[in-house]
Ligand binder design. Sequence first.
Ligand code: ACO
Length: 403
Amino acid sequence: VVDISKLYAQTGMFTYDPGFTSTASCESKITYIDGDQGVLLYRGYPIDQLAEHGDFLETCYLLLYGELPTAAQKADFDYRVTRHTMVHDQMNRFFTGFRRDAHPMAIMVACVGALSAFYHDSTDISDPQQRMIASMRMIAKMPTLAAMAYKYSIGQPFVYPQNDLDYTSNFLRMCFAVPCEDYKVNPVLSRALDRIFILHADHEQNASTSTVRLAGSSGANPFACIAAGIACLWGPAHGGANEAALKMLEEIGTPDRIPEFIARAKDKNDPFRLMGFGHRVYKNYDPRAKIMQKTTHEVLNELGIKDDPLLDVAMELEQIALKDDYFIEKKLYPNIDFYSGITLKAMGFPTSMFTVLFALARTVGWIAQWSEMIEDPSQRIGRPRQLYTGPTERNYVTVAQRG
Ligand code: ACO
């Protein structure tokens, strides 16, 4: 049925590449990954240097504009983002329409997409200034929406943004402050979370970013495109892996049960995989996982959590897997999701919020990639082809004649 010669004649070239393992969908100047060496650069800067010395909003500026900001540019950018942290008051009604036990990712897909119903000016994608305002809005409002989703799920009132706090401290406050009690942001936790946001900010053409670009290639507005990215991120093979990794560590429970789970991961007849291990691009240690591991220890120390059973299982599992022939041969190393769940749990976030935090941080990457695509003169609507393997042409038979 598949007539490749016909497809070839139409296009001059035809490739069949399930999972796009060897197909570049675009040119990009934003993020570079060398999966064999375990290198990740944002606009040329190594991820470990940015995570060590920078802050998340500075990383946002870098991803959007291509250069690190001067002190004056940074102050201006931070101020402009801060001005957009509120959401339209009508958004409250969206939240209250959901069941309390709704998954916060379901709420995020809906509410971020719904922003296009409130900010009509930002849907004019032909105007570069409007595109930048849309970017600011998105970066600024994601923490507010994410915190609202969390507060709604636990039955507490929404906490409005406090704009004299930095980006991440403001988010922690919106999540954990309650009206009748004093809440002081812990600077160590705020710094750790800010670093987690930096690590998640962009990762070139992963599934959700490709989804954002594909949605944007039709001219869809940026809020709709980011909502599509959030939906894609939700899957356990992608952003949902941090939630799945923590559940797996809980299921393993104690280090003595690790061999049983390693054996399951290697068994071809068992669909079980070690969550938080393996990566499509990294065939070496994920550079973000190293920073994440250090951050986990800092957070647990700060909170006085010693001998955390989940961390014990994680450390032991990592050591066993790194020495196991199956994992060595298939180049399966821990990825960023392996440790992030433990850290977020220790900070007080429920597992259902883990992927929401990933989406919050990745929003800047999505929007930077979306802007780059819109500004690219060679940009065309994304339209993959297929190899048709269905029936050849046949005549319709009426229902009476079908027997
Ligand atoms: N545990 C056990 N075996 C694995 C794992 C794993 N976590 N990951 C891959 N393998 C095996 C596969 O069974 C396959 O074996 P085979 O060659 O005998 O068939 C081989 O390694 C290659 O795996 P693929 O699925 O072809 O690799 P792919 O690049 O398509 O998948 C992925 C990458 C989805 C990340 C995969 O490693 C996985 O499912 N990992 C667990 C989920 C996870 O941690 N996802 C987070 C990714 S990072 C992120 O999104 C931020």
